[in-house]
Design a binder for this molecule. Structure first.
Ligand code: MG
Length: 242
């Protein structure tokens, strides 16, 4: 696949497009094993737009109705971390949940895009974990704040730039155990509708991220956990909890 990202390998920083095949990365005439590189967050978004209740089964597990139009919130860009980094549990929350999600990464300035032209605004797709202080969200905090603690937006490891997003398996593993298992074909609002809808409200810019919502199976994180979001055609985003 062709991917876009930023990583450190053998003490050097690389960024831009690279080829990834069978665990081998090729960039600038060099080749690395994916296991020897440290990926950095592949984007520095100005905005992270989250979408709530975008899988029917997840709305059901929260006892909430399927919305008629996308439920949107913002996450702070300061909550971004990369692959293999630590999610830090804040002391004031008793329940912090993982939410495995497909993230859309915007490739160019985009305003009032229609559904048909939305694809032109998209650079690619990556894995995202919409970490959420569920108890604070449920006790009435604005969603944006319950989801914006530092380290609450793991993203990456890199952006897949040649992918059809309509039918991708999405799975989350907590300490190796499968806890979420769905497909992007189950999205209530698909990626093109979301780009169109969001861009009718605000101007999306290069590097901005739309997190498309999580399927059923959200659950609690505790210290020492390993949480992996895996999306077919992209790869695995691994984070640890402390
Ligand atoms: Mg979410």
């Amino acid at each position: 696949m062709i991917a876009y990202g930023e990583f450190i390998a053998r003490g050097e920083l690389y960024d831009g497009y690279f080829e990834l095949e069978n665990g081998r990365i090729r960039i600038d005439g060099l080749e690395f094993s994916i296991d020897e590189v440290k990926f950095l967050p592949p984007v520095k978004p100005e905005k992270i737009v989250g979408v709530g209740l975008n899988y029917k089964d997840h709305a059901k597990e929260l006892n909430m109705e399927i919305p008629e139009e996308p439920v949107l919130f913002l996450k702070s860009p300061s909550s971004v971390i990369g692959d293999k980094e630590f999610i830090v549990l804040p002391e004031r929350s008793e329940r912090v949940d993982y939410e495995g999600e497909l993230a859309i990464v915007i490739g160019r300035k985009c305003r009032n895009a229609d559904v048909e032209s939305a694809a032109d605004c998209i650079l690619g797709y990556t894995c995202f974990n919409d970490v959420t202080a569920r108890d604070l969200q449920q006790k009435g905090w604005q969603w944006s704040f319950a989801k914006s603690f530092d380290t609450f937006s793991p993203i990456g490891p890199y952006i897949s730039t040649s992918l059809n997003p309509k039918n991708l398996g999405i799975r989350t593993y907590l300490n190796g155990r499968l806890v979420q298992n769905s497909n992007t074909s189950n999205l209530v609002f698909d990626v093109y509708s979301l780009v169109s809808h969001v861009s009718s409200i605000l101007t999306l810019k290069e590097g901005d991220v739309i997190a498309t919502g999580t399927p059923a199976g959200v659950g609690k994180l505790k210290r020492g956990d390993e949480i992996v979001v895996e999306i077919e055609g992209i790869g695995r985003l691994t984070n640890y909890v402390r």
